[in-house]
Design a protein around this ligand. Structure first.
Ligand code: ZN
Ligand code: ZN
Length: 321
């Protein structure tokens, strides 16, 4: 009997570890239709590779519906780790590749998981061209999978329904209103942010922008502002290193990059003036390691201008307003 029990225990341990380690995937997230609005910061990085940060990708959860703002590089990994296995829609802010290049992998993995519907995609003009390009790259892969698995692998999931919009209300269903607003990421046009309003709470996701009046207007009164950010002092140190190395092409591109992002102290001032209640930072420039020390240095000085809580984003972090 004792031997029999021991076998059962061993079998149970093996089954549990096979389940947890063979795939490393958490259970699908249970979503509460009565819950309010919240976000998961999925990709907090920038194009410069950082093993701890995917690029631009933020989930906005309204009740039991899940939307993404942007689908950056490697976003599928934190998305899957957050237990999100389907989406109600995707909103694009602009078409720098660090904001869209992860789309194909998200769709492919949903297809493998058995999702069988097209995902609505919204964005400013350019969305059709970008999504068609990604769909085209997966054409052979789709042929192989359908050839192998038949209808079990959905053709629809690899073909999102794309609609292009001008700024204004772009989505209004089931009590969730999403408003697209212009931001300032010149010379990149169009570039927009999104304002999600659900059950009397407002979550704003900035996209890429410097601090400017259009951005401030879009963020006005937000309960939670998820903002891109750059730390000028850290950036200047990177510029000095680049100058010392003599790589002038890289140096000039870094300097140009500084001009169209939201400098941390200017962002803090804007958030205060716009009455933002909580600030969560993503798209961190430079791409610091997710450590307390680096994050404290990153936000140095911001609290001199902004009274509310400041959260330095890490991939997979849940943030509620
Ligand atoms: Zn970007
Ligand atoms: Zn950009």
């Amino acid at each position: 009997m004792r031997r029999f029990l021991a076998l059962i225990v061993v079998a149970a341990v093996l089954a549990a570890s096979a389940d947890a380690s063979a795939q490393g995937r958490p259970q699908p997230r249970s979503l509460d239709p009565d819950a309010g609005i919240s976000v998961i910061l999925l990709g907090t990085g920038i194009p410069i590779p950082n093993p701890r940060r995917a690029t631009a990708c933020t989930a906005v959860i309204a009740g039991d519906r899940v939307f993404l703002v942007d689908t950056g590089r490697n976003c599928i990994v934190p998305l899957d780790q957050a237990g999100i296995r389907d989406l109600n829609g995707i909103f694009y802010t602009h078409y720098h590749s660090d904001h869209f290049i992860g789309l194909g992998e998200i769709l492919l993995n949903f297809g493998v998981d058995g999702v069988d519907h097209s995902i609505p995609v919204h964005g400013p003009p350019g969305a059709v061209e970008v999504v068609e390009g990604i769909v085209a790259t997966y054409r052979l892969d789709l042929e192989y999978r359908i050839g192998h698995h038949g209808e079990k692998f959905s053709e629809a999931v690899m073909n999102p329904e794309v609609s292009e919009h001008e700024p204004g209300v772009v989505f209004d269903e089931g009590g969730l209103t999403v408003t697209m607003f212009p931001v300032c990421h010149e010379p990149i046009e169009p570039a927009v942010g999104y304002r999600f309003e659900y059950r009397d709470q407002v979550v704003v996701v900035s996209g890429d922008t410097r601090v400017c009046p259009d951005y401030a207007a879009g963020a006005e009164g937000a309960d939670l502002l998820v903002s891109e950010v750059e730390n000028a002092a850290m950036f200047n140190a990177a510029i000095a290193l680049s100058r010392a190395s003599g790589n002038t092409r890289q140096l000039e591109m870094i300097e140009e990059g500084m001009e169209y992002h939201a400098e941390s102290l200017a962002l803090a001032r804007m958030a205060q003036e716009a009455g933002v209640k909580k600030l969560a930072l993503t798209h961190l420039f430079p791409s610091i390691p997710p450590t307390d020390a680096a994050e404290a240095q990153f936000i140095q000085g911001m609290s001199d201008y902004y009274d509310g809580p400041i959260i330095v984003g890490r991939d997979g972090m849940d943030v509620a307003p």
